[in-house]
Ligand binder design. Structure first.
Ligand code: ZN
Length: 641
């Protein structure tokens, strides 16, 4: 089919279609008003304009849309754009119309009259771009209409939705492959901002574009310093606050793991900064207010769940802080990608510890129930007689959460369907392999994110590799916590924490008392009971060794038929010096809390026992005692009633 065989272009005020150039550079200049392409755009546009199937993976903000718009115009005829979100369609159509192009959309939110007109315009060849939701291709007559006058290019936007490995899996995207096959040989372009190597394979296979040329570019961000610190949940807020108090660190987004956390952190930060919470549980109007205030600059720090950030147009975000381990690398990458769009240096700080992994595991078990639970539910379902959730729950006897999650998963994988009232019906029997592989994939994602945090490889290099971006793949970033010396960045931020100083002093004193002790033994005898996690302990040892505060001596011995490796810790001269410094600052930092009645100081106390004793001695009825750790001691501050 030649592109112009049935076209009768309407002249529009900007540039009539018949007068449009076919060269991608000319189109860029005349229609879009740019003189230069952004990196990689030109190669993509040329390949697509020549009719090559292709897969384009580029992060948000790298200029993906242009990569189907220009080749679409270069090929003439209509470009069919499959898009999953109404808001996205509306936005893109408005932008194209503003450029003087004929673009329109058909989706469930439009009146049927309007849709019919768009339909007619398409058929008469009057559209440059037609945007539709994937469901539309299933509507009676629609696909036949397209077949009778095929588009000249098909762009599948947000193509990761097609893959069950993708984080936004949409079942209706699943059917795109066979449906679009009827429009071949029109070239297909799949576009997404987020696809791991596995998702990329899946997209290509499902769309049947096995010869597709792949363009995976732009994942390396040279101005973001990624810093990852192993810190217990109790220390994270203080670190975040210390970092954000510096005006150069703002504006900032702080990502918290739950809605409750966003509220709590925002309240604490709001005491010293212009901070506000943002999460999906807030009324839409409040969310809009926070977002608008942030964009305007009236709010400096938004403490948000992952609901925040999509479509935010703010280029000067200086810091993105994750208060807990994220649940996927893809999500994490998108979130930190919101920092430094203006190209200026920015920081992405992630704080985590072993506790976070346990939380993930807990949520995983809850959201992805054991396959036996799904089997049990499936057996209870009937294809004709719908059942309510409550009924099912009674029949299988699991918690409400588990049953809800299980029904959800059965639905996604085809084993169940909902009727108009939301009652559950039995679906098709082959849901199991698909569920099992999704569950396995989810578990793998959690593992990957944990490995990423624990890795000692350049952070940016690892992220770039994760997305299959092979450009300068070997290059280290020189900015992350692995690339830079241990004395700056997050490591330095956590240095001032009482818990860190306390840790170091305890360790150094232990070694000063007896040098060359086994690490495992020191952990058990000195740190385990104090609630220090083993991974935190190891992490700190590694850091102290890198700074030559201690030396780790590895030796092995043969016992009961096997070699056993022992790490012994030794105090270095630098370590002795550090111990002295810590002891000095400890002495000067303790001012004993005082018990006062009115203005009269009645006693100075150092411990709980003394408070009780004092209270009894002075015959005071009630005392509120607050304990805090200063250096190595627990001291009490008492307020008497
Ligand atoms: Zn690096």
């Amino acid at each position: 089919m030649t592109p112009d065989s049935v076209s009768t272009w309407d002249a529009h005020p900007f540039l009539p279609a018949s007068k449009r150039p076919r060269d991608v550079r000319e189109l860029l200049r005349l229609i879009f008003g740019h003189t230069e392409f952004r990196p990689h755009q030109e190669a993509v546009c040329r390949a697509a304009a020549q009719g090559q199937d292709l897969l384009l993976v580029m992060p948000t903000g790298a200029g993906k849309s242009l990569c189907f718009q220009i080749p679409g115009l270069a090929r003439g005829g209509t470009t069919l754009v499959i898009s999953p979100l109404v808001a996205l369609m509306e936005d893109q159509v408005a932008k194209l119309q503003a450029l003087g192009l004929t673009a329109d959309r058909i989706h469930a939110g439009r009146a049927s009259d309007a849709s019919r007109q768009v339909f007619a315009a398409y058929h008469q060849g009057r559209l440059d771009f037609l945007f539709v939701a994937p469901e539309r291709l299933a509507a009676p007559g629609f696909l036949e209409m397209l077949v009778s006058r095929p588009p000249t290019l098909i762009a599948v936007d947000e193509a990761h939705c097609i893959s069950q490995w993708g984080h936004d899996f949409r079942p209706e995207y699943r059917m795109l492959g066979p449906r679009l096959a009827q429009l071949r040989p029109t070239p297909i372009m799949a576009l997404t901002a987020t696809a791991t190597a596995q998702v990329q394979e899946d997209i290509i296979r499902q769309l049947g574009i096995t010869e597709a040329q792949r363009f995976i570019h732009g994942f390396r961000r040279t101005n973001i310093a990624i810093e990852i610190g192993e810190l217990g949940p109790g220390d994270r807020l203080e670190i975040a606050q210390n970092i954000l108090t510096n005006p150069a660190a703002r504006p900032a987004i702080v990502y918290a793991p739950t809605r409750k956390h966003t509220e709590r952190y925002a309240t604490a930060l709001a005491k010293v900064l212009k901070a506000a919470p943002y999460h999906a549980g807030m009324p839409a109007t409040d969310r809009d207010l926070v977002q608008a205030a942030f964009v305007r600059g009236d709010v400096d720090v938004v403490v948000a769940t992952i609901a925040f950030g999509m479509g935010i147009d703010k280029s000067n975000i200086r810091t993105v802080i994750h208060m807990a381990l994220p649940s996927t690398i893809e999500g994490y990458y998108q979130e930190i990608g919101r920092a430094g769009r203006d190209g200026l240096p920015s920081r992405a700080i992630l704080m985590h510890s072993f506790v976070d992994r346990r939380t993930h595991e807990f949520l995983f078990e809850k959201n992805y129930p054991d396959v036996q639970v799904l089997q049990q539910l499936y057996r209870q379902l009937s294809p004709e007689r719908p059942m309510s959730r409550e009924q099912l729950q009674r029949l299988v006897g699991h918690d409400e959460d588990v049953v809800t999650a299980a029904i959800d998963k059965l639905r996604v994988h085809g084993g169940a369907a909902l009727d108009v009232e939301g009652q559950v019906l039995r679906g098709q029997p082959r849901w199991e392999p698909s569920y099992l592989s999704q569950r396995k994939h989810r578990a793998l994602q959690l593992l990957q994110v944990a490995q990423f945090a624990a890795s000692s490889e350049c952070r940016m290099r690892r992220l770039v590799a994760h997305f299959g971006d092979s450009e300068e793949a070997e290059l280290t970033c020189g900015r992350c916590d692995v690339c830079r010396p241990a004395s700056i960045g997050i490591a330095q931020d956590s240095e001032a924490l009482p818990s860190t100083r306390d840790f170091d002093l305890r360790l150094l004193r232990t070694l000063a008392a007896k040098d060359e002790q086994a690490a495992g033994r020191i952990y058990r005898e000195v740190f385990e009971r104090g609630g220090v996690e083993r991974s935190q302990f190891e992490h700190r040892l590694e850091l102290l060794a890198r700074r030559e505060v201690i030396r780790i001596k590895t030796s092995s011995f043969y016992k009961d038929g096997q070699w056993i490796e022992v790490r012994k810790l030794c105090l270095t001269p630098l370590g002795s010096q550090r111990m002295g410094e810590l002891e000095n600052s400890l002495r000067s930092s303790i001012t004993p809390p005082q018990i006062t009645v009115g203005t009269q100081v009645i006693h100075k106390v150092y411990g709980a026992g003394q408070v009780e004793q004092t209270v009894a001695e002075f015959g005071i009825a009630k005392a509120v005692v607050n304990f805090q750790t200063v250096g190595l001691r627990k001291v009490a501050a008492a307020q008497l009633g």
